[in-house]
Design a binder for this molecule. Structure first.
Ligand code: BDP
Length: 602
């Protein structure tokens, strides 16, 4: 578990500098780098942009598909004015494993390619000089790691990943690297949870500091910079009269400022934007501030041309404009936690996020779709090791994202194999271990794959609400048979309706691969017309069941996957193309969503 996950900032006590730009980069095909002293100097580096995935820049396949060890290096000047502070390097995402060296000294390792970590480099740093920062990285996939997959060795000796999931294994430093400095006695973490009263709200906060000396004060300011509440101590309550609540597509934020002082000296200060709101599940309703909400939105990916899975503010800005234009109010961070800037966008725009951990590929049928095995995933001897990493990443995700008002729920898996009893002990452990992690007690859930139905899933008791991924009309009962697909979907939903389960159901995936520009009357699969017909079919079904409380088609935009006979240069289920232009279906769905209020069905 990472202790220090606060987003970096510069103020009178703290320093933050992004180290984005060109880094040195080299493949380590023989895994000889460490033995050959690459921590002191990469022998023959090329330049590589950061943040970026390295894959799609290359014009040769061996480089694009490269699997194994690779290295990054950069000379970083550390100003003498930072003497006396703790100096760190904060990596937003190093996919999937990294060991950090500074001036030849090994600092730390980290596994998990979608969450940040801080390397404390204070003992290695030279002030007022350039410091050599070197990273040894690895992008292999394994069954005991997240996301799950295999790494094969071809007859020619080259390695190749076999993901048990449907997105490209984009690798490298996918998010910004920061040089940070904090006082030795500093704010390590804080939590802020709201309860609502009659025209009044209370923000219950806790602050953790690295040392116990010093006193803590907390101030809350409104958007006009007026102080609305103050409190003293490491835990306390901020009482806000006439609060402006954070709401769906109507966001109001307050600035929370924490100060640590000793003998009247300011020692550390940290500020963040928070929202005052509550989230509850009441029967089959999802509620924000006690009011029912119907989710309209998307499954997404961090994916774009050239830089792969790199976080790109420009792409993110465009995606938010597209989602707003569509009338959406929510999305799922399928299938991994996204860059922190995404949550900050959502906080400001009033979007709800289902925050997902990279527990994807926990299903052998998914592996066999891509040429894998046929056995229950949770029978495997890798699950003990996997569980540890999985819990670690759920812990870090909740720890990192807990203070964002936009986060509605935690998704602990995407499409695990729950149709075998062997899943149950794993789920029992995971749900018990994560119960108390979120101070805001948000709902926990996971997506149920097509094979994990009302009848077959052994894990229906775990989620607080259900996420269903269903593909009638595409992976089965397709084309002219789509009417049978609709009938089958209704048969399953009738069983949910007739059961004594009273929890919301959200459709978190459904869709049709669609080649933009392909038109056909009457429709055929892959045509723009067919995508619309499939969405119309699903929408008809959603509108006939009151307990369906949200729709998030797959996917906002086309995205890259491994090559295969089911994919034409990637997954084409986007409502938008990979370069973020609308397919015909986007106009259809926009029309529907602009007609549906955020409290649809109430
Ligand atoms: C679902 C997966 C998603 C895939 C989608 C598809 O959750 O990652 O991209 O199917 O096949 O099973 O389009």
């Amino acid at each position: 578990m990472e202790q220090e996950l606060l987003y970096p900032l510069t103020n009178k006590c703290r320093f933050d500098q992004k180290l984005d730009g060109l880094w040195d980069f080299e493949f380590d095909r023989e895994s000889q780098g460490l033995a050959d002293n690459w921590t002191a100097k990469l022998p023959d580096p090329i330049k590589m942009p950061v943040p970026a995935s390295f894959n799609d820049f290359f014009t040769d396949k061996d480089s694009r598909e490269y699997t194994g060890d690779f290295w990054y290096a950069k000379r970083v000047f550390v100003p003498g004015s930072l003497r006396g502070k703790l100096i760190g390097l904060r990596f937003g995402a190093a996919t999937h494993r990294a060991t950090v060296y500074v001036n030849g000294q090994e600092i730390r390792s980290h596994e998990g390619g979608f969450l940040p970590f801080l390397a404390d480099i204070t003992s290695a740093v030279k002030f007022d000089e350039e410091n050599l920062v070197v990273l040894e990285m690895n992008n292999e996939l394994h069954r005991d790691a997240l996301p799950a997959g295999d790494t094969a060795v071809l007859k020619n000796g080259k390695k190749m990943v076999k993901p048990f999931f449907d997105f490209y294994n984009y690798s490298g430093l996918n998010r910004s690297v920061h040089l940070v400095a904090t006082p030795e006695n500093h704010v390590v973490d804080y939590t802020a949870v709201s309860t609502l009263g009659d025209d009044l709200a209370t923000v219950h906060y806790t602050v953790t500091t690295s040392q116990s000396v010093g006193s803590v004060s907390v101030t809350l300011r409104d958007k006009d910079d007026q102080i609305v509440a103050t409190s003293n101590g490491r835990t306390g309550d901020l009482v806000v009269q006439h609060p402006q609540l954070w709401n769906v597509r109507d966001a109001h934020l307050y600035t929370l400022t924490i100060q640590v002082t000793a003998n009247d000296n300011l020692i550390d200060e940290y500020s963040d934007e928070i929202g005052i709101r509550t989230i509850t599940i009441a029967g089959h309703q999802i509620e924000v501030n006690g009011q029912p909400v119907y989710l309209k939105g998307f499954g997404r990916h961090e994916d774009s041309i050239y830089a792969g899975r790199a976080f790109d503010l420009n792409v993110e800005k465009r995606d938010f404009e597209l989602m707003k234009w569509m009338g959406a109010n929510s999305f799922r961070t399928s299938h991994y936690p996204y860059d922190e800037e995404v949550y900050r966008f959502a906080d400001r725009e009033g979007f709800l996020i289902i925050d997902e951990v990279p527990a994807v590929g926990f299903k052998m049928a998914a592996a066999s779709f891509l040429g894998g095995l046929d056995q229950s995933f949770f029978d495997g001897d890798w699950t003990e090791e996997l569980y540890k990493k999985h819990l670690d990443q759920v812990t870090d995700m909740i720890h990192r994202d807990k203070n964002h008002p936009s986060v509605l729920a935690w998704s602990l898996f995407n499409e695990p194999d729950t149709s075998s009893k062997s899943a149950v002990p794993y789920f029992e452990k995971m749900f018990a271990a994560t119960k108390a992690l979120d101070p805001d007690q948000r709902p926990r859930t996971f997506t149920l794959n097509e094979d994990d139905t009302f009848d077959t899933s052994y894990c229906k008791q775990f989620p607080d609400f259900y996420l269903l991924n269903r593909y009638p009309g595409w992976y089965h009962k397709w084309g002219y048979e789509i009417s049978d697909g609709e009938a089958g979907l209704r048969e399953e939903l009738d069983k949910w309706a007739a059961s004594d389960i009273d929890k919301p159901v959200v459709f978190s995936e459904y869709g049709a691969d669609t080649q933009p520009g392909l038109h056909k009357l009457p429709s055929v699969m892959w045509s723009e017309e067919y995508q619309i017909e499939l969405l119309q079919m699903f929408n008809r079904v959603f509108d006939s069941y009151d307990f369906i409380r949200g729709e998030q088609p797959w996917n906002l935009a086309d995205f890259q996957t491994v090559e295969g006979n089911m994919r034409v240069n990637g997954n084409k289920k986007g409502l938008f193309t990979r370069d973020r232009q609308p397919k015909e279906a986007a106009f259809y769905l926009r029309h529907r969503w602009l007609d549906i209020d955020n409290n649809f069905k109430n």
